[in-house]
Design a protein around this ligand. Sequence first.
Ligand SMILES: Cc1ncc(COP(=O)(O)O)c(C=O)c1O
Length: 369
Amino acid sequence: MHKPEPSLRPVPKSGIMDIHAYIPGKAKAEGVAHPIKLSANENILGSSDRARAAYAAAADQLHVYPDSRTTLLRTAIAERYKLEPERLIFGCGSDEVFQLLNDAFLEPGDNIVQGQYAFAAFAIGARKNQAEVKNAPEPDYRIDVDEVLNTVDARTRLVFIANPANPTGTWLPFSEILRLHQNLRPDIVLVLDGAYAEFADDPTFSDGLDYARSSENVVVTHTFSKLHGLAALRVGWGYAPMAIASAVDRIRLPFNTSIPGQLAAIEALNDLDFQQRSIAHVNRWRPWLEQQLGGLGLDIVRPSAANFVLAGFPKHGKTAVAAEAFLSARGLLVRQVTNYGLPDHIRITIGLEEHNRAVINALAEFMGR
Ligand SMILES: Cc1ncc(COP(=O)(O)O)c(C=O)c1O
């Protein structure tokens, strides 16, 4: 048997040092004390007052461990969406749910399939398990079901689809998700990431929860970080077939959601008024931003159904990298997406009216309009 060369220092297992650590949206602008953060698709309206009150009240319980089963939140979600409570998985953000699924299913040499511009967390968890990441081309910046199916091979264990997607914002009607699922082998887990699903109101859209009820290999994930504005508290969940929920339950950290997170999430879930205002705000300002950015000669990636827009710069002339720096110098933080293979684009979270106008004014100056 081959004996590895002795090393003078501890060496992480194979593949770890090839992983590119997740790059979060910028939170600081050089020389600007209070920049406007439009770089991480957070809820620009903040969070529900009811959730904030629950968070504050949780201060009395800081000395105790959280309920490891997340029972109250589990019950609240199960009742709201008419789901079997024991099929729910909770995590430190939906990021952890992806990670747990990767950990539960991938062996070295297996692979996951995702879209070319997929959200970075899917791949990190796969590579950590010494699995391969196979990217299906996304013509027009949008998942193409045939390309995904063509990319699947005998070693594929999971397919990750964010619908709507990040960073593109594009989405697929449920008929396409259905076609994908019906053509996948039954031993492959189809993960439908609904981080932005609540913003998608087209009647042909579905997050897949209804469908997942009667499926053996579909997992639908949601988060409290976007619509509910609780990104700081790190609460995400997944609805999985019982066998998958039971596998994940064996490997998750015992206390992976906190008491403040669980309690605030329950209140956020019940605050329909805050949710409606958040959605209405995005619906009001996304088309405005798209139209204004288009007017500046930028190429808007459509159809977008999330709380952000992706804007492309012409191949020659002003660049996305320079635009991001120009905005940052003015305290406007947007997301540069070169790490997603989109060097000519910037991603802008929908802001308050004054933020959106400030972005457009600054970009008009940048573009020399
Ligand atoms: C597509 C997508 N999925 C999942 C997440 C993860 O959210 P969280 O871990 O906060 O639940 C994000 C966050 O940016 C996202 O853009």
